[in-house]
Design a protein around this ligand. Sequence first.
Ligand SMILES: [Zn+2]
Length: 253
Amino acid sequence: MAEGPLVHYYASRLKRVLDGRYASIELRLPRFKPSEVSLKRVKVREVEAYGKQFRIWLEGGKVLFVHLMMWGSWGIYRKGQPWERSGERARAVIRTSTHEAVVFSAPVVRLLTREEFENHPRWGRVGPDPLRKDFSRKDFYNRLAKRPEMPIGEALLDQSIISGVGNILRIEALFRAGVHPRRKTAALSPRDRRALLRWIVSFMKRWLDDRNSASRWMKIYRKSGKPCPRCGAKIESFRQAGRITFACPNCQC
Ligand SMILES: [Zn+2]
């Protein structure tokens, strides 16, 4: 489960060991032979987090693009330190003179040119990320306005509208804002939108600062059939955008 805050956390650790360093990059994908060194010596310009994406920009204009989806993870090790997961699960290994950064089990690992990346229909044009300095709330509202018929619970998981919001963040922010996940985006008042975004940003920052904080601010995630902490009504659950969502039928309308 890699929601935006976890991606930013990993990226900040990766930056410390990779930014400005020379590295070899070994891709272990089915179409490459095992252990084939894909790039022998390349300077890492910058590790960037964008929503749920890792973009590792390399000298010469290429980008190593990684998306962990539901199963992937990173391991960051000092040279020689044993990995805590099997090497068979490694999808990419980035080696510097002092460290090894390993992507385990991630379904999406690609080496792309900047152009290929920017023109990619799914990865290249994602919505604004509230954890980035370049976040624009206006951009988010405009993207919402283009999908007036879409239920807000689906819109929040659509990475072309907003980046980095996963299932837990959407459920809890909608609950705090008093907005039902099935409400269409066009039916949100400016006040609803502001409240929703405020809660999203607040939870994202708390989660980034303290990765164990979610248990303190989660109120209804996986609480199907349990009483709502605010009004006592039974929390309902249903499928939306392929994921189980939770809502209070009384507090959220
Ligand atoms: Zn309630």
